[in-house]
Design a protein around this ligand. Structure first.
Ligand SMILES: *Cc1c(COP(=O)(O)O)cnc(C)c1O
Length: 244
């Protein structure tokens, strides 16, 4: 495990590089960095945030989020849920997260609507797109996305803010770029036809290995974990895979 100071320095390097990419890439003036903090303890997250001003973090497991939640410093914290979310667990996180990036089914949308209504809030969500059409991954298929948007357009306690994707593992940069560009095209296409509860402003794609290509293909939110916080142990990794 690497120290909080080391993580903070890495994070600052990422931020600097992201700024440079924005300057030369030209899609957006700013790209937000989300720290993917799975397996990172709450105290360490707090320390790194204090050292860097990092405001946005993402958790991918409900159980882990709940275990860390009380100890997290909430001041200025934007907490995103980025993993596979089962409908029956929405009630545990609905009052804790600022955004659910992994909306992937109508039943999940209906449950978010129900739980948000109960608490008198409106939940920001991203629609997760399975851009690689991978069987083992969740997400709405690209060809189904308009029907999906149509099916959730009357859910008034959900505010669709954009699109999230986890691109397939690719050895070649060019392959990744193809998936990211395809996602950007969908993002732009939806923007031009949006119903009332949709405001396409967030395109979340790219991780440690792929954030550069993602930004140069139009991402304005990148989710970086191991590059900042260090390699995760293998137990956590296999669990991650089970969640996909
Ligand atoms: C873990 C995770 C990331 C970050 O992955 P790294 O390769 O560690 O940067 C991004 N998105 C999701 C959904 C994740 O679960």
């Amino acid at each position: 495990m690497i120290s909080a100071i080391e993580s903070a320095n890495k994070l600052k390097e990422y931020e600097k590089h992201i700024e440079e990419l924005c300057a030369k890439g030209g899609y957006w003036d700013r790209v937000k960095l989300l720290g993917a903090t799975k397996t990172v303890e709450a105290e360490r997250i707090n320390e790194i945030r204090k050292l860097t001003g990092l405001s946005c973090i993402g958790e991918n497991r409900v159980q882990e989020l709940l275990e860390k939640y009380d100890a997290l410093n909430k001041e200025g914290l934007e907490l995103h849920f980025i993993g596979k979310l089962q409908s029956n667990k929405v009630k545990y996180i609905i009052d804790k997260v600022t955004m659910i990036e992994s909306l992937d089914s109508l039943s999940l949308a209906k449950e978010i609507q129900r739980q948000a209504k109960k608490r008198g809030i409106v939940m920001d969500v991203l629609i997760e797109v399975n851009i690689g059409r991978e069987k083992e991954k969740s997400g709405v298929l690209p060809e189904d996305i308009y029907a999906f948007i149509d099916s959730i357009k009357d859910l008034d306690a959900i505010r669709v803010k954009g699109i999230m994707t986890i691109a397939p593992r690719c050895d070649k940069k060019e392959e990744r770029i193809k998936f990211f560009e395809e996602t950007y095209k969908i993002f732009i296409d939806i923007s031009s036809k949006m119903p009332h509860n949709i405001s396409m402003s967030v395109l979340s794609m790219g991780m440690t290995e792929s954030y550069e290509e993602a930004i140069l293909s139009g991402a304005n939110l990148v989710r970086i974990g191991s590059g900042i916080f260090g390699k995760r142990d293998t137990a956590a990794k296999s669990e991650e895979n089970n969640n996909k």
